[in-house]
Ligand binder design. Structure first.
Ligand SMILES: NC(=O)c1ccc[n+]([C@@H]2O[C@H](COP(=O)([O-])OP(=O)(O)OC[C@H]3O[C@@H](n4cnc5c(N)ncnc54)[C@H](OP(=O)(O)O)[C@@H]3O)[C@@H](O)[C@H]2O)c1
Length: 332
């Protein structure tokens, strides 16, 4: 009843959203007012509490790499409101909705823009997942983008008990989630970060930490069964000496000359291999993340939270490549 009454009133006002009508730099970004979204029969209206500002948002903002324009819009973005993930609650159901009720607390992630950096957004039911009971909405929003990609890395490596694993960039959104997923297995993990973050990386599960400002991990004497470069700062060639005889290299970036796309084919019949992670569907990743959150095996690292007025500064900070874990945008 409360929400129905609310619907009647809030539909006459515009809502705040982070909008870009052309691909642009973070410096050119601000929030605008946009008309209230219409809820189609097969859609659900969500009031957004938090979204993260992440590296996927930055890529969507600027359409970089260029190849993204084939999905986002060749000359202009097809979807003008930014945002890929969210936590919030359902305030209105389309006529055909079957799975949720008004008041349900939900979260979700869509890499090719969920238009969630706004006070309200519409979604298909298949895009929504219930937030684990008792989980704070900021934690929920911080558990999506990095953890979604981390799951794809984790699955691809097919890690076996007692293996030795190296994670480069264990304080990134992907790296910090990946470290916690990998540590659910009986393995030994060495992870890298800067000096100030060493204790935190040990706290989230690393057995050993390498300070990348003091030591180049590709020159370590130890050998690893899997090297995950979660910040894409290395190459397979440089990591070969630290890979065990049948070691696997996985990077979050395409690498110089987009080599990480081709190397999996070239190394197919060699002992040391490169795997390229194709992101899994959210139907696979978010239920896994929810289970990890609910069982306390995963807790996202949160760097800081920005308000809508500071949206340009927030994107600039994320683009610096030095955020720790996840950066949030508080909406409601
Ligand atoms: N393949 C995909 O589908 C996909 C999707 C999303 C993102 N990405 C890419 O994946 C990468 C990681 O994304 P993210 O959001 O997890 O990153 P992020 O959170 O922006 O990573 C920031 C962290 O990187 C660490 N770092 C910076 N330079 C480093 C170095 N030389 N060695 C080790 N660590 C270093 C920093 O650690 P300290 O603070 O400890 O210095 C910082 O905490 C980005 O390059 C992004 O473009 C790929």
């Amino acid at each position: 009843m409360f929400f129905k009454r609310l619907n009647l009133s809030f539909k006459f006002i515009d809502l705040k959203a982070v909008v870009r009508t052309n691909y642009c730099k973070p410096e050119d970004l601000s929030w605008s007012e946009i008309p209230y979204p219409q809820v189609a029969d097969d859609e659900v209206l969500v009031r957004i509490y938090y979204t993260s500002i992440n590296r996927t948002d930055c890529a969507n903002l600027m359409a970089k790499p260029f190849i993204m324009r084939f999905v986002l819009g060749l000359f202009k973005p097809k979807k003008t409101t930014l945002g890929t993930d969210f936590s919030g609650d359902i305030v209105e159901l389309g006529k055909d909705s079957k799975c949720f009720k008004v008041g349900d607390q939900v979260f979700g992630f869509k890499d090719i823009v969920a238009e969630s950096q706004a006070e309200y957004a519409v979604f298909k039911e298949r895009d929504l997942f219930l937030i684990p009971v008792g989980l704070e909405k900021d934690i929920a929003a911080a558990s999506l983008e990095g953890a979604h990609y981390a799951y794809s890395f984790f699955q691809l490596a097919d890690i076996q008990a007692k293996q030795k694993i190296f994670i480069n960039g264990a304080t990134g959104a992907i790296g910090s989630a990946l470290l916690q997923f990998v540590k659910t297995l009986d393995v030994h993990v060495t992870a890298s970060c800067r000096t100030e973050h060493m204790d935190e990386v040990l706290e989230i599960g690393a057995d050993k930490v390498v300070d990348y400002t003091q030591e180049d991990f590709t020159k370590l004497k130890d050998k690893y069964d899997v090297v995950f470069d979660a910040v894409g700062k290395s190459t397979f060639g440089k990591c070969k000496p630290v890979l065990s005889a049948n070691g696997i290299y996985i990077s979050s970036e395409l690498g110089p000359f987009i080599q990480n796309v081709f190397l999996p084919v070239l190394t197919r019949f060699t002992k040391k291999k490169v795997f390229f992670p194709i992101p899994k569907k959210v139907e696979q990743t978010i239920p896994f993340i929810s289970k990890m959150l609910a069982t306390g095996k995963f807790k996202p690292l949160i760097d800081r939270s920005f308000e809508l007025d500071d949206i340009s500064e927030a994107y600039q900070y994320v683009m610096s490549g030095q955020k720790k874990g996840n950066v949030l945008l508080k909406i409601s």
